[in-house]
Design a protein around this ligand. Structure first.
Ligand SMILES: [Zn+2]
Length: 352
């Protein structure tokens, strides 16, 4: 099903490119600006089984996007400037902002050098437990478990289930099934328990994943010292906020922010909701982020920015730079807004 959706998206992006429809749609749907969403930026890896590949782009693709934006004379701005332009309704020039979620070390090693070539700023949203070394990146633990297993056993919906994982295709199918199952579990503790059991059974040390991939506090502090870098908050534990009590949501927002401010000695004014789709961030979370005093908060809902986005500063949409679609021909499609307009049924703002 995921593969099917992925093929449909690819075909849709291709159709927009080849028909030139994105050029016709641009004046209506390109909006005033765009916030791009990335996770990892690093060279391509060889493994055939890479279920999280949509979360990583190659430095070359980032460079191509930056060069595309510069060639179109689109300003590349910080989240503070996104906020300011929306609030002050300064729309004479189109703008783009680059945001990277989770706080991966490759953001420093591969993204920052490319951003520097263009003197372009970036915002990295750090989950404080990831910087602490105690966080759990369960989707990567799941990838590691399945990569080394020929079969996986789990109780899915109370039923003992055995999933084949002998071939790359079977591994991908097993990943999709287990990923959907885990994301649907009632609480964060349930995900942790199930992943811990899978890791124990298959000899994966999940405690090392965060330390291996994410910047520590010391590293973040040095990184944040770069004039191009802004650090935002991404909660403490990287949990699905919509599944938490109001009290916990408040803590996840306020305490993560306080920890980052304390460690980096800089103000933190921007937030990204973990997972960020409509099952993880809705009206209640948007209001709580506003109440917590964040200037902006970004979702993973696809969309461009429009003047009316100023009324929804804690529900801002983004455009994903997705590792599955690293084709330079789609760059004008992504900046035209045509793809996200189709996705949103041609509504300009989707913030309910
Ligand atoms: Zn995240």
């Amino acid at each position: 099903m995921k593969q099917f959706r992925s093929n449909v998206i690819r075909a849709g992006l291709g159709a927009l490119y080849f028909t030139g429809a994105h050029v016709l749609l641009r004046p209506i749907f390109s909006g005033v600006g765009v916030i791009f969403m990335l996770h990892h930026v690093r060279p391509r890896r060889d493994a055939e089984f890479q279920p999280n590949r949509h979360l990583e782009v190659e430095p070359e693709f980032l460079r191509a996007m930056l060069s595309h934006l510069r060639s179109r004379d689109i300003d590349i701005v910080t989240m503070d400037q996104v906020h300011q332009r929306l609030v002050e309704r300064r729309f004479s020039r189109r703008f783009a902002c680059f945001t990277l979620d989770d706080g991966y070390r490759d953001n420093r090693d591969f993204a920052l050098p490319v951003m520097r070539e263009f003197d372009a700023p970036l915002t990295v949203y750090a989950a404080s437990d990831f910087a602490e070394g105690s966080g759990r990146l369960w989707w990567i633990a799941l990838e590691m478990v399945i990569a080394r297993a020929d079969a996986i056993e789990a109780r899915i919906g109370g039923v003992a289930t055995r999933l084949d994982a002998a071939t790359p295709a079977a591994k991908q199918a097993a990943f999709d099934r287990l990923h959907d199952w885990l994301r649907d579990l009632p609480g964060e503790h349930d995900i942790r328990r199930e992943i811990a059991a899978l890791c124990a059974r298959h000899g994966v040390d999940e405690t090392m994943i965060g330390r291996d991939l994410c910047m520590s506090w010391d590293e973040l502090k040095a990184f944040a010292g770069d004039p191009l870098v802004t650090i935002g908050a991404h909660t403490i534990t990287h949990c699905n906020l919509a599944r938490q009590s109001e009290e916990i949501v408040h803590q996840e927002m306020a305490i993560s922010r306080a920890r980052i401010e304390d460690a980096l000695q800089r103000p933190v004014q921007h937030l990204a909701y973990p997972y960020g789709d409509r099952n993880a961030a809705g009206a209640r979370e948007f209001a709580l982020a506003r109440a917590a005093g964040f200037k902006t908060a970004v979702t993973t809902r696809p969309g461009m920015l429009f003047p009316e986005s100023a009324d929804h500063l804690t529900a801002l949409p983004r455009v994903s730079l997705n590792g599955n679609y690293q084709d330079e021909r789609i760059l004008p499609v992504l900046t035209s807004g045509a793809a996200t307009a189709m996705w949103n049924g041609f509504r300009r703002v989707n913030a309910a």
